[in-house]
Write a protein that binds this ligand. Structure first.
Ligand code: SAH
Length: 226
């Protein structure tokens, strides 16, 4: 089973949106598990301090290596084979392919930093994999971790129905998905493309492929070069 362990200063943010709908139903059905641990339990002193001022000066605070390592060491089983991620705008951007690989594995341990980030030494010292969800800056790793988990959980076998889980989604074969339509046949003067209504599955498949290629060329030519 896919087991997620989250390390955060705000464990109450979990499961959050992952407790509802597709992911939430799967959680209730035991198709995956979620444990959110409070890093502050390993904080130092009376105030349970987890951060300190940056060496070399500058603004903000940095999460301490010793505190985060203690939190990780307490969370991991000795033979824990799960990848250990740390959310970071510096990390490798999350991809659909990566999510599919993680979804097929034993689960994930995800560290959610706050402040300016974490002491660099704990990243190497605990073999953490830095992962970004895009080129913008969030205020903490929690929402990024929810994004990573959502992308993985929906791919766990049994979470989606067979029909929905077809592999023709955006990015699966390198491109963006074709446009969708449903009833009514005409809405505010806009009609469903005729080809989708005539029941010719060969033509429909060809139309969808063309649309998918056109959209990818127009919006994400970078995906075609890969
Ligand atoms: N000083 C850092 C940003 C800190 S933002 C920098 O300039 O790179 C605080 C935390 O939010 C980060 O440590 C990271 O855990 C999380 N975070 C912010 N943006 C993110 C992104 N795009 N992807 C993943 N995590 C992000």
């Amino acid at each position: 089973m896919f087991a997620a362990t989250i390390l955060s200063l705000f464990p109450e943010m979990f499961p959050g949106p992952l407790g509802l709908s597709l992911a939430g139903d799967a959680l209730a059905r035991g198709l995956w598990s979620l444990e959110a641990r409070d890093i502050r339990e390993h904080g130092l002193g009376r105030h349970r301090a987890v951060d300190d001022t940056p060496a070399g000066g500058g603004p903000g605070m940095v999460m301490r290596a010793d505190v985060l390592a203690a939190s990780l060491d307490a969370a991991l089983q000795p033979d824990d084979a799960r990848p250990r991620l740390i959310m970071s705008p510096r990390g490798a951007p999350l991809t659909q392919r990566q999510a599919r690989q993680w979804a097929a594995g034993p689960g994930l341990v995800v560290v959610c930093p706050r402040f300016e980030g974490v002491d660099e030494r704990v990243i190497a010292g605990r073999g953490l994999i830095e992962v970004s969800i895009g080129d913008y800056v969030l205020s903490g790793g929690e929402i990024a971790a929810l994004v990573v988990l959502d992308a993985c959980v929906r791919l766990i076998p049994g979470v989606m129905g067979k029909l929905e889980s077809g592999t023709s989604e955006s990015f699966e074969d390198g491109g963006l998905e074709y446009p969708h339509y449903t009833r009514p046949r005409e809405w505010e003067g806009r009609a469903i493309p005729e080809v989708l209504l005539n029941g010719d599955h060969g033509k429909i498949a060809r139309w969808r492929r063309e649309q998918s290629e056109r959209l990818t060329r127009e919006r994400r030519p970078d995906l075609l070069r890969e």
